[in-house]
Write a protein that binds this ligand. Sequence first.
Ligand code: SF4
Length: 326
Amino acid sequence: MPETATEAVFSQNENPIVIGVSSCLLGEKVRYDTGHKHYSYITQTLGQYFTFRSFCPEMAIGLGTPRETLRLVNRDDTIECVGNKTESLNVTADLIKVAHEQRSWHADLCGYILKKDSPSCGMERVRVYKGNMPERVGTGLYAKILMENFPHLPVEEEGRLGDPILRENFIKRVFVFHHWRQMAEQGFNMHRLTDFHAQYKFILMSHDQDRTRKVGARLAEASKQAISEVAEWYFAELMSILTIRATRKNHVNVMQHLQGFLKKDIDSEDKQELSDTIDRYRRQLLPLIVPVTLLKHHFRRHPKPFVERCKYLDPHPSELMLLNTL
Ligand code: SF4
């Protein structure tokens, strides 16, 4: 049984968090050379928390294995996907069509992990040829339609998941997206929206303090607007702010703010220890998990209902160790 509200969101039993994944990353032999690109972090680590839905657009349009490799070309400022050897093999329309056809199951996803560099699946910096000169300016055609149809969906490439900051950011967005969806299923009202914002305010502050303050102010004045409009606007802001890199400076501000809630509860020695720990994080001598754990320790001994509900100290399962790098 989950012990806290936070753990309930992580639970896979009743409401799995479904993530789309390029099939080859799960070890399916769908590559042009009949091979795969199994990425064990996805299957072995993320697989403990997420349910995967795999899809290979090139197999779905009937190319089969083995097959000719594809590339993106710029023809008169139009991006097309053609055979590397056989330019008359043009699968542009097929890839776009098959991407739109997946819309119904895409709508159930809370995130998507794409294969980098692929002319079908690549999220960014895919080679586009103009003549023989490639430039890394493209997006795979399947990925492009996916992201156009679902602009707020957390999307990442397996290569970028190797970066601790990008990995933490993607996984956090997936959990937030899933939580939002759970709330949407219950139906929106102003109380639920303001409560949701209270839970995520400090996380948002760690990404962008100014925008978070503006969102809070607008939310406070939004009670006369149609709830569907407010929810749509808020969700777009929420997901947009979360894509901004969280900064050390913002984390320090948030933690000092949280420390303020403890000022009547802890003695001067504990206050000094907490301040020093936050400062050592600021100076890049400690990972974020250290001051966060110390704050959690104090809030366990001196519970504050407001802080208990906010996600900042528990944004994702601690076993993923996403706050543990310097
Ligand atoms: S990158 Fe995409 S299109 Fe290529 S093999 Fe993997 S899933 Fe299929």
